[in-house]
Ligand binder design. Structure first.
Ligand code: PGA
Length: 249
């Protein structure tokens, strides 16, 4: 159901000790209890973090998974394994996965299906490149990514998804979409969903913005009517900025 969310994507950062240290700081921080806080660390942390988070409302997310349930897929991790260490959400289709690991929306849709089947919740990422925006193709790109990645689901399944709009040109670049640009795409995503699944479903889904979100720009972004929070990279690695982000609604 639609809720305010701040999710920290740690990417490939923080070893066992520094990750633990940051999580302790986050647990002790003055997080906004009106918003769901999600932490997405590298896999090595889950076993410790499950125990550390057991008496908190902070949820765990993985940054990826494999589409198959098990088998000979060297180096991969299954959704069942993630579930066994307390993971509730899985980030799928992040632009870094699409760009560096050649994942396309169709391949990602199989992962979405597996995550849903296991009772976990996908955080499905979409976003256009700078070239696509300059060519005025951003609406088409987003529409295709949403349809190919999520439209195989039924209504109830879709309601278990979170969507993140992350313009590729804004990720890790310090450049953020303006609140107007972000709101325009978020409203477009909701409209795209409404056309297929109806207004009630579209209005029940949380759509997060991601791309250089910081305490200095979060309030303006999070106050837009169709933006329900953020998927945060760099600023999630510092407890002060991460806490401030949860308090930016
Ligand atoms: P950023 O990353 O906040 O560092 O731009 C966001 C993301 O990749 O999810």
């Amino acid at each position: 159901m639609r809720q305010k969310i701040v999710a920290g994507n740690w990417k490939m950062n923080l070893d066992i000790d520094s990750g633990k240290e940051l999580l302790i700081q986050i647990i002790d921080a003055d997080l906004n209890s009106d918003c769901l806080t999600i932490v997405a660390p590298p896999y090595i942390h889950f076993h410790n973090f499950k125990r550390m988070l057991s008496h908190t409302n902070i949820a765990l997310a993985a940054q990826n998974c494999h589409a198959q349930e098990s088998g000979a897929y060297t180096g991969e991790i299954s959704v069942k394994m993630l579930k066994s260490v307390g993971v509730e959400y899985v980030i799928l289709g992040h632009s870094e996965r699409r760009e560096y690991f050649n994942e396309d929306s169709l391949a990602i849709s199989f992962k979405v299906n597996t995550v849903i089947k296991e009772g976990l919740r996908p955080i499905y990422c979409c976003g256009e490149t700078l070239a696509e925006r300059k060519e005025g193709e951003h609406f088409e790109t987003i529409s295709t990514q949403i349809k190919q990645g999520l439209f195989q689901l039924n209504e109830m399944e879709l309601l278990n998804c979170v969507i993140a709009y992350e313009p590729v040109w804004a990720i890790g670049t310090g450049e953020t979409a303006s609140p107007e640009q972000a709101q325009e795409i978020h409203a477009f995503i909701r409209k795209t969903i409404a056309e297929e699944f109806g207004e009630i479903v579209a209005n029940s889904i949380s759509i997060l913005y991601g791309g250089s979100v910081k305490p200095g720009n979060a309030k303006e972004l999070f106050n837009c009517p169709d933006i329900d929070g953020g998927l945060i990279g760099g600023a999630a690695l510092d407890v002060t900025s991460f806490t401030a982000l949860t308090n930016s609604f």
